[in-house]
Design a protein around this ligand. Sequence first.
Ligand SMILES: Nc1ncnc2c1ncn2[C@@H]1O[C@H](COP(=O)(O)OP(=O)(O)O)[C@@H](O)[C@H]1O
Ligand code: SF4
Ligand SMILES: [Mg+2]
Length: 341
Amino acid sequence: MAQSGKPLLDVRNLYTYFFTESGIVQALDGVSFDINVGEPVGIVGESGCGKSVTAQSILQILPRNGKIISGEVRFKGYDLLKFNEKQMNKVRGKYISMIFQDPMTSLNPVMRIRDQMIDVISLHRGVDEFEATEIAIKMLEAVGIPEAESRIYNYPHEFSGGMRQRILIARALALRPELLIADEPTTALDVTIQAQVLDIIRNLQQKYNLGLMLITHNLGVVAETTKRVHVFYGGRVVESADTRTIFKKPHHPYTRALLESIPSFIQQKGRLATIPGVVPRLINPPKGCRFHPRCKYATEICKTRPPVVEIEKGHLVACHHYDKLEQWENAYEKYEKPHKS
Ligand SMILES: Nc1ncnc2c1ncn2[C@@H]1O[C@H](COP(=O)(O)OP(=O)(O)O)[C@@H](O)[C@H]1O
Ligand code: SF4
Ligand SMILES: [Mg+2]
C-alpha cells in the first residue's frame, strides 16, 4: 500500500493568505496531505481551490502579497518553513523541481535550449560545460526529443508546445530531484499531445522512483498516472485516498460531483453533469463546510466545519454526512474502458 511508504513531503495545517485591497484572501485554510518516497500523487480540484498556492507555498515562491501564516512543510523530515533563502535555493535547485502549465513562459525565447539547461546542471552537479551538455542531451533523449544532439542548439520557438513541455521536463529532471511538482503540465496542450506528455511523466516517475505531485483540475488526468489523490476544495483538502478508491468509492459530495464532470463519463451516462454554482471567493468564504452552498446534501450542521475522519485506512473525508451517502457505483471500470482504446 502506498500509505505504508516513507513520507517524502508532509504538509501539515498550512494556512496561506493574500493581502489585497479588497481584503484578506484565505487561500489555504489548514491544508494537510503527504507524498511518500517515489509515490505519484494527484492534487485535484476546480480552478481557484488553492492547488497552485500550495505548490508556491511548498517552494516559497509566493507572489509578494502572499504570506504563509502557519503550518509545517516537512521535506525528508526537515521543516522547509524554517529554512533560509540560501537553503531554499538548494532545495529548489536540487531536491524539488517544478514544471508549469505554459512551457513558453518558463523558457527564455532568446536563449538556445542548451544554454538554458546546462547552467543549473554544472552548478548543482559540479561538472564542466562539456559534461553538462552530455547530461542535457541524455535527458532530452529520455523525454523523446528527436536528434537531441543537434536540436539542443535550437531556440524555444523552433519546437512545438508539446516538445517545449518535454524540454522543461528534461530540465526539471536533469538534477535528479526527489520530488517533481507538475502544475497543470498538460492543460495548455492538444488532447493527443497531453496523453504523450503524461506518458513521459509516468515513465520517468517510475524510472527514477520520483515523488510526483501532479496538479490538475481534471480528475481524468490522474486516473492512470497516480496512486493516490488529494481532492482540494476552497483551500482545504476534502478527501484523500488511493486513486482507485477515489474513482470507485468516493465519499465526499464534491469528489462525486467532479467525477460526474469527466467528459468520457458524461458520454456514457448520456447526460451532462456539471457542478452547480461557482467556486467560492476566498475573501469571505462560506462558513463551515466551504462546499455547502453548492452541495445537494447540505443541512444546518454543514455551516460548521466538518472534521476530517479516517473512514478506512488511508481514506480521509471532511464531510458531516459521509456515512449517509449511498455507495458509489463502479465508476472506475466504466471510465477506464473508453480511455484505453
Ligand atoms: N497573488 C494573489 N493575490 C490574491 N489572491 C490570490 C493570488 N494568487 C492566488 N490567489 C487566490 O488564491 C486562491 C487559490 O488560487 P490558486 O492556488 O491559484 O488556485 P488553483 O487551484 O486554480 O491553482 C484563489 O482564490 C485565488 O484567487
Ligand atoms: S459537510 Fe455538508 S455541505 Fe459539506 S460536503 Fe458534506 S454534506 Fe455537503
Ligand atoms: Mg493553478
